[in-house]
Design a binder for this molecule. Structure first.
Ligand code: KG4
Ligand code: ZN
Length: 341
């Protein structure tokens, strides 16, 4: 007998992207993301503005996701949503909407942990992309997160290390801000880094025990370095922008690679999967490729639209939970701090 298809609507609203996706089993039919431009002029996400923008965007975004997938809401099998972690005001919009819609349609509701979703995004069925097998190591690197997780199974994960302060994406964005580049600066730092000398300037690497990270000290040392150089030569930034970016990127990639190498050594696991917006970085991609050749690792990077915050990754977790009959009831609440269960 042919297995019945499962159609899932997924909603993501944990930070500053309002996103909705429709999946048929583990395949994505649509993945719509409305990125909130309003935060650019503030150089970072303003939580109050983010929740208002979610409220404005959520209905049109869901409508577009259903239309693009060519699926009527009455065909849906379940609704998955991001319960946390994230900004409370933002999470409340997606959570309340998902609860109401599931109740209205009389279909199951599925809560999803955003961090687990970044990792399980690797299991979206996508031509040209291989899925890791268990166990593997996952490194989630974005503007909000920096974690190394041991993944034993879909829902058996252990956090081995995480940042004690800033996320790695923030290190890129704050560096960019110091250099006068617009927010979010990570992609611009990466672009300039590609034509600069990574050994032009040296920055200290933080000494953090185990598999944890710290990026706030690096940011301060970059700030002091730039202030000192600019006081000697007001044109320092303009004249050395590429070399500064290349040197900082080299330092950050070095920090990430040191820790993931340590995790590989500690666990004996050589499958390394990364996710999050910083996975777009050319430096980290290059370093992982080299590790495949020199260290015999197998590395995995999902399609870029599934790396940044998106609802398709919420949908794949929803699908896996649907198969287990793991549903939430109508009393479920958003959770700003929500550690991988
Ligand atoms: O996953 P994401 O879209 O949102 C969250 O923060 O959850 O990640 C955005 C982060 C920003 O900090 C952005 O600057 C960074 O990812 N980013 C990059 C690159 N592309 C995006 N950082 C370095 N190099 C890039 N190419
Ligand atoms: Zn995220």
């Amino acid at each position: 007998m042919k297995k019945q298809n499962i159609y899932l609507l997924a909603i993501e609203s944990s930070c500053d992207d309002t996103s909705a996706a429709v999946l048929c089993n583990d395949s994505v039919l649509s993945n719509v993301v409305a990125t909130q431009k309003i935060h650019e002029e503030f150089g970072g996400v303003v939580p109050e503005l983010a929740s208002r923008a979610h409220q404005q965007n959520i209905v049109p975004v869901i409508d577009r996701a259903l239309a693009k997938a060519n699926i009527d809401k009455n065909q849906l099998s379940a609704i998955a949503f991001t319960r946390g972690p994230g900004l409370m005001g933002s999470l409340l919009v997606g959570t309340s909407f998902a609860k109401s819609m599931a109740l209205g349609l009389g279909i199951p509701l599925i809560e999803v942990n955003h961090m687990q979703a970044h990792i399980l995004a690797h299991f979206i069925s996508e031509k040209g992309f291989n899925k890791p097998s268990f166990p593997f190591l996952a490194m989630t690197i974005s503007g909000g997160h920096t974690q190394i997780v041991l993944v034993r199974n879909y829902f058996d994960m252990e956090i081995l290390g995480e940042t004690l302060d800033d996320a790695v994406g923030e290190a890129f964005d704050k560096t960019a801000k110091i250099l006068g580049l617009p927010y979010p600066g990570g992609p611009l730092v990466d672009k300039l880094a590609q034509i600069g000398n990574p050994h032009a300037f040296a920055f200290p690497r933080p000494k953090v025990k185990g598999l944890d990270f710290s990026f706030s000290g690096l940011k301060t040392s970059i700030l002091y370095f730039i202030q000192k150089e600019v006081s000697k030569d007001p044109n320092f930034i303009t004249q050395h922008k590429e070399d500064i970016c290349a040197s900082i990127q080299h330092t950050i990639v070095g920090i990430l690679m040191d820790k993931i190498k340590k995790a590989v050594k500690q666990t004996g696991i050589t499958q390394v999967a990364i996710g999050g917006g910083v996975s777009a970085n050319s430096g980290i991609r290059q370093a992982l490729k080299e590790a495949e050749v020199t260290l015999g690792w197998q590395t995995f990077i999902p399609k870029f639209e599934y790396c940044t915050d998106n609802a398709a990754m919420i949908g794949i977790v929803g699908y896996l939970k649907y198969l287990e009959g793991n549903f939430s009831d109508q009393t479920v609440t958003a959770k700003a701090r929500y550690i991988i269960p």
